[in-house]
Design a binder for this molecule. Structure first.
Ligand SMILES: Cc1ncc(COP(=O)(O)O)c(C=O)c1O
Length: 267
């Protein structure tokens, strides 16, 4: 099961992913809860599950691919509506009748017809050239929004008449290849480093770090926040924070964050 895309918009080259995983699995499942729009714009060509087919992956090794999409999220359908897409491969064939029966075992017998009708409406909206047009409009708006955020931040910094703080946009300057080496460091030694894994603190369950993200300076928001959680855990043993992606040193109680080794950077 592969989450594609992630919450912050990282998406996979799905054909390459399928080639890499095919030797070890006959079936792949892409969780595309946030990616139902990908099929409709060339920006995402080859980046969504259903792009893995006989035309892009020749030979007997191709896995059967499932993609589940929350149509209600990034297309225009009612809440709770979703789709399961299946691209069956001879290696692990899917009998559609059986699949549907199995699916029904886990669903309600009182189907909400307005929800189902909204799936048809969402499909019709994306059919033909208007699908690409709609997604293109959203992408253009998103780029304009990012440019405005950056411009506003610069204007505030240049004016110099108030604290030089404003929202930023996430755009890593460099991309790192984790195969080149990572190490686990306590927050006190992680200043200036690049994260190699996601760190999500619950609540609120929103990532504070993504792979490739900068940890920032010692007094910066990320390291101060993680340092505060670490201090809390030490002060209140047994009530420790829920920090996914952080390893706790069993001897010292130090938080350890997966960082890219120094000097490893691929632009
Ligand atoms: C990655 C991911 N997968 C699956 C789901 C579940 O989606 P649904 O709302 O269609 O149940 C979510 C919901 O937020 C999600 O973020």
């Amino acid at each position: 099961m592969i989450t594609n895309s992630t919450y912050d918009g990282l998406c996979y080259d799905t054909v390459q992913t399928a080639r890499a995983l095919a030797p070890s699995t006959p079936r792949l499942h892409f969780d595309e809860a946030w990616f139902a729009h990908a099929r409709f714009h060339p920006l995402y060509a080859g980046r969504y599950g259903m792009a893995v087919g006989p035309d892009t992956f020749e030979g007997d090794g191709r896995p059967t691919v499932f993609a589940t999409q929350s149509t209600h999220k990034l297309l225009a359908a009612l809440s709770q509506s979703a789709m399961v897409h299946v691209k069956s491969a001879p290696r692990a064939p899917v009998d559609h009748h059986r699949f549907n029966e199995a699916f029904m075992m886990h669903g309600t017998t009182s189907a909400p017809y307005p929800v189902i009708a909204s799936l048809d409406a969402a499909t019709a909206m994306m059919d033909g050239p208007q699908g690409e047009w709609l997604v293109n409009e959203v992408i253009t708006e998103a780029i304009r929004f990012r440019q405005t955020v950056v411009r506003t931040g610069r204007r505030i910094a240049d004016a110099g008449d108030r604290l030089p703080w404003f929202f930023g946009v996430w755009q890593p300057d460099t991309v790192t290849d984790p195969a080149d080496g990572t190490e686990r460091l306590p927050p006190a030694r992680a200043a200036g480093r690049v994260a190699a894994a996601m760190v999500t603190v619950t609540p609120p369950g929103i990532p504070v770090l993504m792979p490739g993200g900068a940890l920032g300076a010692t007094g910066g928001p990320v390291l101060r926040y993680l340092g505060a959680l670490e201090a809390f855990d030490r002060a209140f043993p047994g009530l420790h924070s829920e920090a996914h992606g952080v390893t706790v040193d069993p001897d010292t109680g130090d938080y350890l964050i997966e960082c890219v080794r120094e000097g490893v950077q691929v632009t």
